[in-house]
Design a protein around this ligand. Sequence first.
Ligand code: SF4
Length: 422
Amino acid sequence: MGPILPTVSQQAKPQDFDIANKCSYNGAVIVQRSLDLHEKIELLGQQAQYDLCEAAGQPVPLPDHGAAGHPRVPDVSRSVATVIGRGGRPVPLLRVLQTSACEKNCYYCPFRAGRSLRRATLQPEELALAFDQMQRKGLVQGLFLSSGIVGTVRSMDRMLATVELVRRKYGWRGYVHLKLLPEAEEAQVEAAVQLADRVSVNLEAPNEVRLARLAPKKDLAHGLVEPLRRAWRIVQQQRRAGRRVVSAGASTQFVVGPAGESDRELLVASQMLYREVGLRRAYYSAFHPVPDTPLEDAAPTSPLREHRLYQADAMLRQYGFRAEELPFDRDGNLPLDRDPKQAWAEAHPELFPVEVNTAPQSLLLRVPGIGPRSAAAIVAARRQAALRSLEDLRRLGVRTDLAAAYVLLDGRAPLRQLALSV
Ligand code: SF4
């Protein structure tokens, strides 16, 4: 763990609380009663579910913390999100915002400035203490911390101060995912990379033109991609120096649909980030309109489109495809009625069938129904004995219902009847 960086200040400014504890309704400003710590953890945990960079499902309804009073006992477990960790293990995280106050006006966002909403702010010591208590009780095994923006530098400093307390005062050595705010400074990015296991920046849109339709105050190249680039540069420098750095890499999120972008635009942007800034994961979040935002009347995006984007993204990350090869239609979109890998195979009959006993692993990966694990298993198994039946492939993890039409087994096409029976 590196030293505490001098840029990190831990004190909130009074004006933050002014923003956090006021909301407006029909032009009237309402000052809300202060929430206690558990109420704030519950509220800011629920509000953090709008950020999907840990891929833990869709937002759920927010608890009622109205200005008139709070009739419920706060339930901090509502701020726990379960994510899938290494080896497919479910990991409960405290997923929470440092503050839901924000000075920006992104068109899709429930936290945009001026929108009537119950807001709250957690001080670093409050949040670090709450996390320590929750992890000691076994409620959580990690922290995912994001935030609205009330001055980028100040808001980022406060998040860093929280994670420093979690690490140094409370001795937590487990998983921490820390959001980098737009235009985070070099020293802040460096501190984040030292403190967190994963960092992320939400790009929201694949290029400047699309971003202008979603978040006109954000600057894609300088404000959003640059922090990722800095993080990657620092990771490489520190690895060379043999220091501990973010082990889970960087991730980002796109809002899919309301900017009119195509799937090609999204996947080309993801490919650039995978190649140039060492991005580990891109998340695609189907748009859901939020009342009282400029996009409240925009159509929601189909979850099926989101699903196809994830399948195509896996083709880039795990299967050796380039974005230019993906089966886009004339408008640059993926087919919705089929897995994109199957659509690609159907468009390339000249490459099939593939002899599974001799094909290179890179070609096996292009067969529908064969994934990275089953391709590796095939290569290992065929060193011992020739693979002669669909049952042999099925035992190695192949989806034989998909693969049967595209393979040869020791020179023979498999019996398709068998494919239907397994
Ligand atoms: S910066 Fe934009 S997306 Fe982030 S919380 Fe503020 S309004 Fe929402």
